[in-house]
Design a protein around this ligand. Structure first.
Ligand code: PMP
Length: 363
């Protein structure tokens, strides 16, 4: 006999209410200029290929469980111990671990806008989500952050999706003001932000989260890491999957991390292309936030000089019709008049600008 099971009814109440994270569109088929998910336009270091190839013969064996070599190399680079570092299956994995371990009531705080995974991991914890809204000035309101009484506060620095970087003095003020853990998500810091790593020696309530997905060009490999006081890392290790990083990913990330010359060249290229693209957007008379990241957050104007949600959505659709994919965020008053464009190669940015100029509403 068949047996029924009402999954929706049986799921825990906070899971019933959960909306899954929706990743940026990954278009199938050829011919797209893909500038919507802040990937690096350049291939990772050629040493990554050799490192991956060297693992093939050992794929029958389980990986080293704690990614020890990678932890040690990262610790050494940042003047920390191996015990201050944890590696994740993407930094998303680490954001989830932190929430599960530390976000007791009243829950996890975040700024709006920022990374849309935070509400999802907060939702999975069954605790609350506490918002601190930015206004157009994108000034950090440390008092409002503290007033949430969040047990974990996610602060993206530089911010996504605007690209705005906050100075270390403000991060330090937040560390002083809040009672819980401050998670500084530095996914984009290599493109021009100031890292909070130097504050780790004085603040045990700080976790710095990084990723190999952006500046190292390894989004497809899923490797992220966090740095914090050893007791925090120890707690995260208790809930981490035993083999959360496969052999290939560990080897690839280590090879990319050690090829500092290659890293530096690609990073500089991305930043130079960003500034050249920005100059063109300025020439259109559009408002664009200063970016310390590998993307630009810009407010398009139509021929009548208007900027609003309809104008931005219209440009987004036009670009898509030209097979140029950028990101449009409809939801928040601050985001809905803007589009976010990831920095690609010079040729990709030229294709983007050409498509903008073919927009029927372009001035
Ligand atoms: N933090 C921020 C702010 C991001 O934009 C992203 C990428 N979407 C991540 C973390 C996740 O990076 P990863 O690929 O390491 O999971």
């Amino acid at each position: 006999m068949k047996k029924t099971f009402d999954a929706l009814d049986r799921a825990l109440p906070h899971i019933q209410d959960l909306h899954a994270y929706v990743p940026g569109e990954q278009p199938q088929g050829e011919g797209w200029v893909k500038l919507n998910t802040n990937e690096n336009p350049y291939a990772p270091s050629p040493k990554v290929a050799d490192a991956i190839a060297a693992q093939l013969a050992d794929l029958r064996k389980y990986p080293e469980p704690i990614s020890a070599k990678l932890r040690a190399a990262i610790g050494q680079r940042f003047g920390l111990e191996q015990a201050n570092v944890i590696i994740g299956n993407g930094s998303d994995n680490i954001l989830d671990l932190i929430t599960r371990c530390f976000a007791s009531a009243p829950g996890a705080g975040h700024t709006v806008p920022s990374y849309s995974l935070y509400p999802v991991v907060a939702g999975m914890s069954g605790q609350g989500l506490l918002d601190v809204n930015f206004d157009r000035s994108m000034q950090l309101d440390v008092d409002a952050m503290a007033a949430t009484q969040a047990k974990v506060f996610f602060l993206t620095n530089p911010n996504a999706p605007t690209g705005v970087a906050f100075p270390l003095s403000q991060i330090e003020a937040a560390l002083q003001a809040i009672d819980g853990l401050l998670v500084v998500d530095e996914a984009y810091v290599d493109f021009g932000g100031e890292s909070a790593v130097t504050l780790l020696k004085d603040y045990e309530n700080l976790v710095v989260v990084r990723t190999f997905s952006k500046s190292y060009g390894l989004a497809g490999m899923r490797v992220g890491f966090a740095m914090a006081a050893a007791p925090i890392i120890g707690i995260l290790d208790r809930v981490r999957d035993a083999y959360n990083l496969d052999r290939v990913a560990q080897a690839a990330a280590l090879a990319a991390f050690e090829d500092v010359d290659y890293f530096e060249v690609q990073r500089q290229k991305v930043m130079a292309t960003r500034e050249a693209t920005r100059a063109q957007l300025d020439a259109y008379g559009w408002f664009t936030y200063p970016s310390a990241t590998n993307f630009l957050f810009t407010e398009p104007k139509n021929a009548a000089g208007e900027s609003n949600a309809e104008v931005a959505a219209d440009l987004f659709e036009h670009l898509k019709s030209q097979r140029v994919l950028v990101r449009y965020f409809p939801s928040h008053p601050l985001t809905c008049a803007f589009i976010r464009v990831s920095i690609g190669t010079d040729a990709e940015m030229k294709a983007f600008l050409t498509a903008v100029e073919s927009w029927p509403n372009h001035a």
